[in-house]
Design a binder for this molecule. Structure first.
Ligand code: GDG
Length: 497
């Protein structure tokens, strides 16, 4: 434990959630467990190197914690009241922005009280960063919950270098324009020096929104934001003259596809205990000829129902029996207090029961449905055990599960079925790419995967692994920070992968 209150930091990470979970205790006696996410793995070394701090919500409402240290990382908790959790987090973030940014798969709700709370909470996060950022520090803001923070930072502290990374898609303007506060959000993001997205298409959609709403000039990945009087002297970086001769600052908006700690997955996959567990899983399932796997948060964007429909129809068609082919679906509990998620759970569970009722054989249910979260070791054992991995998202920023499966397959085997609507499909071209809305296409891909000869499986997996191992999350954060600290946005290095 140490107090970071009066300290100043060279690198400030801001995200909705701190990378820790509360285990027990209150105040100074609180015990925390660090969550071993990819973001932590990517940022931990740079945070050490550059004297960093992480600002975020500790995950519990109505409690105030002093700044503390966990596993060598300085953390500053931002408190949220129970009402703010409802309005800012479950409401505006997860029931307005999340469905809107995922192509309105579920209808977004627009409520002015939620927007009020979103602004208030974004202000709190920004203030926390302003307080601890050293002069000319780097502040890297993450994700859709905090899109107003970059402008709040710039207005108060023009000396800061401000980056923003959007982990989810940015929608086409025809959809984005539904948002009553579309202008404020775009302005919030334009406060950053660099706005990072998962895909080329997301960066393009953002630039288009800026043109449609403001008419600002854009050149490739660069957006020219006109400077108003008073901002001119304050703007120390990325100042230039626009095509119409007025002073501007430039914002770089480009893709930085996120990845995973690939070495860590390889290491886990080589662990003899985890390998033994993979064999045990297949035995426990009755040694099916083919084991198929889905791993998702239980979210309507993930296409869980579409994949079950395809699987159920294949059983019905007699393409295989539930003894020959088993589907394990891990659907980890998520956002259970948001109505659309509760409804999805009912729909998925009715579907599982129907399919299993119709096609199970004793000891061989067709779908092994697990509404539970598991330790990472068990996930890797499942990845190793699975012949076919099903990633059928209807819309997904990236989808890390696809990359984790690939990194775990040190045996160069296994087939990845991957939705075109997941960002990962831009990179993982040797997967079997599918449109999950096309149930017949999905069924054909499943049959193709099951019948794929060993040589083709190895050839595809080798190419996939090459990509994931060479483009890991460490490279992702280094590339982002490099673009952020470059003096000139026109530097060609900013535009290469
Ligand atoms: C957002 C974007 C983007 C899941 N269940 C368990 C478990 N998981 C882990 C997976 C994976 C992570 O959670 C999920 O990451 P995804 O990328 O698949 O999806 P989102 O949660 O929607 O993440 C997404 C990502 O941000 C990063 O930018 O790729 O597009 O939506 O790591 O393995 N892990 C464990 N037990 C579980 O039961 N241990």
């Amino acid at each position: 434990m140490k107090s970071a209150e009066s300290e100043q930091y060279e690198l400030v990470i801001v995200s909705n959630r701190l990378p820790v979970d509360h285990v027990s205790g209150e105040g100074d006696d609180a015990v925390w467990r660090t969550s071993p996410g990819g973001l932590v793995a990517a940022l931990e070394p740079v945070m050490r190197e550059r004297d960093g701090v992480w600002i975020g919500w500790p995950g519990m409402p109505d409690v105030h914690f002093e700044p503390f240290e966990a596993d060598g990382i300085d953390l500053i908790p931002v408190p949220l009241s129970a009402e703010e959790v409802e309005d800012y987090y479950e409401g505006f973030s997860n029931d307005t922005l999340w469905p809107l940014y995922h192509d309105v798969i579920s209808p977004p709700s627009y409520h002015r009280e939620w927007w009020e709370a979103y602004q208030r909470v974004n202000r709190r996060f920004a203030d926390a960063a302003i307080e601890v950022a050293a002069p000319n520090a780097i502040v890297w803001v993450h994700d859709y919950q905090l899109q107003l923070v970059p402008k709040m930072l710039r207005d108060a502290r023009p000396d800061l270098i401000i980056g923003f990374f959007n982990h989810i898609p940015f929608p086409p303007y025809g959809i984005y324009s539904q948002l009553p506060w579309r202008r404020q959000i775009v302005d919030g993001l334009l406060g950053a020096d660099v706005v990072g997205f998962q895909r080329v298409a997301d960066a393009g959609n953002f630039a288009r929104a800026v043109r449609r709403l403001h008419g600002f000039e854009t050149r490739g990945n660069i957006i020219n934001v006109p400077l108003e009087d008073g901002q001119l002297e304050q703007t120390v970086r990325h100042r230039a003259t626009g095509r119409r001769g007025h002073p501007i600052r430039t914002v770089l908006a480009r893709p930085f596809p996120i990845s995973i700690d690939a070495q860590e997955y390889q290491k886990l996959a080589a662990d003899p205990q985890i390998r033994a567990r993979a064999r045990e899983i297949r035995e426990e399932l009755g040694n099916p000829r083919v084991l198929m796997l889905g791993v998702d948060r239980l979210d309507y964007t993930k296409g869980i129902r579409h994949r079950m429909k395809a699987f159920g129809e294949l059983l019905e068609d007699g393409a295989f029996t539930s003894e020959e082919v088993a589907l394990v679906q891990v659907a980890s509990p998520s956002r259970e207090r948001v109505d659309a998620y509760a409804q999805l759970r009912d729909e998925v569970e009715i579907m599982v029961s129907r399919i299993n009722g119709d096609f199970s054989q004793l000891g061989h249910p067709g779908i092994h449905y697990l509404h539970q979260g598991y330790p990472r070791e068990e996930m890797v054992a499942l990845y190793l055990a699975a012949d076919v991995m099903l990633v059928t998202a209807l819309r997904d920023g990236m989808n890390l599960v696809a990359k984790e499966y690939v990194a775990s397959r040190t045996d160069q085997d296994g087939v990845l079925i991957l939705s075109e609507f997941a960002g990962a499909s831009d990179e993982l071209r040797q997967a079997l790419l599918v449109n999950p809305h096309d149930i017949d296409g999905l069924k054909s891909a499943i049959v193709h995967a099951i019948r794929m000869p060993q040589r083709e499986r190895t050839r595809r997996m080798r190419a996939l692994r090459k990509r994931v191992l060479s483009h890991d999350v460490q490279r992702w954060s280094a590339t982002f920070l490099d673009a952020l600290t470059r003096e000139d946005h026109n530097d060609p290095a900013n535009h290469l992968d």
